[in-house]
Write a protein that binds this ligand. Structure first.
Ligand code: ATR
Length: 273
């Protein structure tokens, strides 16, 4: 019986056990996926004793992603750039780490809006935190022509733009609506619109009618931004799929089968949020 885990501190709110438990059952795999709370001071010992306890790998969440990156061997360029790993697994006896947020973001759009990345001339990304950094990797990987990066604290956007080079241009928050002109894609990576946070209020009238709008916030599923986009007749993709798809690479490595993100899985997780 293969054992996998999600480790964090606290860990009670994690929806990963629901996702992996669903796939284990659906695919008829003899395995377990356990929720484990580990205090920061005990994380290194937790990691170094994983193999002895029969774990094949697992997910890592706040506040351990940076420590996981340091303790594992990491080839993944996104995890190396973020200096954070959210997925661990053993390969030839060695503990490996990666970051699956980019894979999750891209797979969600591929499934929900096929062809979205075929001619990505201009993307507008709101926010300049860790999630934004991961998504910029994904958009550049898919050949985005130009990315306009907009953040309340413009210095953070400027620092990220310098890091990524000339494709990424930093703009101040008050330039957001003008930046939408000619954009193929709008992505919100800020916490605006999340339950108990202020809404993201943006006039979308300058977005072309063919543009796609997506939000990484998924509580609520229909954020004020997505609701406004839908009212304007624009295509939208919600953030729940990113959460589900980012779980796929880990499951595949631990249990040896590639699971699918189905409407049944979405409904199961949706009932929990
Ligand atoms: P994550 O790692 O999830 O991306 P983060 O690093 O805390 O989290 O980044 C949060 C993002 O939401 C930032 O871009 C932040 O803007 P600042 O860099 O100016 O802080 C953005 N954000 C949070 N609250 C906001 C608000 N009320 N208005 C505008 N942007 C906000």
């Amino acid at each position: 019986m293969k054992r996998a885990f999600v480790v964090g501190y606290p860990i009670a709110h994690s929806r990963s056990p629901l996702i992996h438990g669903f796939w284990l059952k659906e695919l008829g795999i003899q395995g377990s996926y356990e929720r484990i709370a580990v205090e920061p001071a005990a994380f290194e010992t937790f990691v170094t004793t994983l193999a002895d306890r029969g774990f094949v790998g697992g997910n890592v969440t706040v506040p351990h992603k940076e420590a996981a990156f340091r303790l594992a061997s990491v080839d993944d360029p996104v995890a190396r750039d973020l200096e954070a790993a959210n997925t661990l697994w053993f390969e030839a006896g060695k503990l490996k780490g990666m970051n699956t947020d980019v894979a999750g973001f891209l797979a969600n759009l591929d499934q929900e809006a096929p062809g979205w990345g075929d001619s990505l001339r201009r993307a507008v990304v709101l926010g300049a935190g860790g999630a934004s950094r991961a998504i910029l990797h994904g958009l550049i990987q898919r050949g985005a022509g130009e990315i306009l990066l907009i953040n309340r604290t413009v210095e953070r956007a400027e620092a990220l733009a310098r890091h990524f080079g000339q494709k990424v241009k930093a703009l101040a928050w008050d330039q957001a609506e003008a930046a939408l002109e000619g954009a193929d894609l709008l992505v919100n990576t800020t916490s605006l619109g999340m339950k108990d946070q202020p809404p993201l209020e943006l006039d979308l009238s300058r977005l072309p009618r063919s543009a796609l709008v997506t939000d990484i916030v998924y509580v609520p599923l229909e954020t004020p931004l997505l609701a406004a986009a839908r009212r304007a007749g624009l295509a939208t993709v919600d953030g729940l799929g990113m959460l589900l798809h980012q779980a796929v690479p880990g499951f595949e490595r631990w249990f040896g089968a590639r699971p699918e993100v189905t409407p049944q899985l979405r409904a199961l997780v949706l009932a929990d949020i």
